[in-house]
Design a protein around this ligand. Sequence first.
Ligand code: CNA
Length: 236
Amino acid sequence: MTLQEIIDSSDHIVFFGGAGVSTESGIPDFRSQDGLYNQKYDYPPEVILSHEFFMSRTEEFFRFYRDKMLFLDAKPNAAHYALAELEKKKKLKAIITQNIDGLHRAAGSNTVFELHGSVYRNYCMDCGKHYGVEAIVNSTGIPRCECGGIIKPDVVLYGEPLDEYITEMAVAYAQSADALIVGGPSLTVYPAASFVYHYMGDKLVLINKSETQLDSKASLVINDSIGKVFSELKIY
Ligand code: CNA
């Protein structure tokens, strides 16, 4: 079956996506050649983006975060828009994403489970007050709440647990999907990658520029750019 045939014959599609969905919007992923892991920093990104680093070297964390994790001018690409259209047509029931860039919502998708949070949500670690991303962008050093507490991005750092409600909902959607389309996670980050194992149907599609360790489980593997693959589909 082709991806087009799978989409045409399904009405309970779930999309599980990762950083590869947004590289064509100009946001680098972690593991591709131009990804953050292949750029040189004093520490690897998984160290800087860890709970421990955040707590112990907060100012350095924010220097990296403002410089490398915020792409506020990025626009959704063909994949984001096609997925929003599939939801509007009631064929796609949910997007589960590891991305924190907010581009699925910007494209018009509504049922989006952001496993790793969003750069657009921030909160005070002391009083809980919510802030938008401007609180991070328009501050220098450590962003502070009016109460004096540190404003923390609502993104899941290495060493922090996933939100329980979001995880349960994502599992439930993956379990009830008639087709699961997986685009652009490297499938190396657990527990997020385990969503693929919750899918029980026979239409598992993996779209990735490179091989993944779950390719042998898939009914269809497409080694191409996600934006290109979605722009070639007849959806509209
Ligand atoms: P990753 O480990 O960087 O892997 C990305 C995968 O996508 C790789 O397997 C690439 O081969 C593939 N890929 C890259 N571009 C394309 C493309 N155009 N078409 C098809 N495949 C492509 O990223 P994961 O999603 O596995 O995530 C691990 C981290 C990265 C998560 O915690 C994310 O929150 C985090 N992250 C998010 C963003 C974002 O929000 N846009 C950006 C960078 C990192």
